[in-house]
Design a protein around this ligand. Structure first.
Ligand code: GTP
Ligand code: MG
Length: 193
């Protein structure tokens, strides 16, 4: 996939900030600091399109990135970050749930998990939440650069079993460092937009 245009067009917490052009949307989700914003940068070949940080809690609103004037990546705050206040976490949760439940433009959810560790309880909840609303899911197992080839099958097996991946969904090993998985992820994404 050649990304010729990628721009942040809107940011906000509630529907009045969302785009109104009706283009398909792909939601990024995953725990804080897992690599959601890095995923957007890797997929679009841009260094700093989406703001990333080694400190969790960087993304605080729904951020809409229009890609090739054809669809949006929607970056969101990560879950499971203890240092964000209870109030803020609840507000983030409500914001994302509201989006998932009502947004007609949502075509695919990308759930980003860390290949190094088994999916967390929150990852499982998030996956089941998408399935409850019949939303197709692409699981991106990122930071694959940190796991040697011999250990991969074991980690993949744990990932599949813990999330209980449905047959219609997809799992792709990925790295924002080596760009492994980028082309495979694009092949899947283009089927939904
Ligand atoms: P929040 O916005 O806080 O929810 O975080 P995020 O999920 O957007 O994570 P972000 O993309 O900001 O990345 C968090 C940290 O992980 C940064 O230090 C990245 O450089 C690092 N990182 C992201 N992807 C990879 C990867 O594939 N491999 C390695 N080794 N590090 C990565
Ligand atoms: Mg982020």
């Amino acid at each position: 996939m050649m990304v010729t245009k990628a721009e942040l067009v809107s940011m906000g917490m509630t529907a009045e900030h969302f785009p109104t052009d009706g283009l398909p949307e792909i939601l990024l989700s995953g725990r804080s600091n897992v690599g959601k914003s890095s995923f957007i940068n890797t997929m679009t070949n841009r260094k700093n399109l989406a703001y990333t940080s080694s400190k969790p809690g960087k993304t605080q609103t729904l951020n809409f990135y229009r890609i090739n004037d054809a669809f949006y990546f929607v970056d969101v705050p990560g879950y499971g970050y203890a240092k964000v206040s209870q109030k803020k976490r609840q507000a983030f949760g409500r914001m994302i749930e509201g989006y998932i439940q009502t947004r007609k433009e949502l075509r695919l959810a990308i759930l980003i998990v860390d290949l190094r560790h088994p999916p967390t309880e929150d990852d499982v909840l998030m996956y089941n939440y998408f399935k409850h609303y019949h939303i197709p899911v692409l699981v991106i197992a990122t930071k694959a650069d940190k796991i040697g080839k011999t250990l991969r099958p074991r980690h993949q097996k744990v990932l599949h079993a813990t999330l209980g991946i449905h047959p219609e969904d997809h799992v792709v090993l990925f790295s924002s460092v080596t760009k492994e998985g980028r082309e495979t992820a694009w092949k899947i994404i283009t089927r939904y937009v």
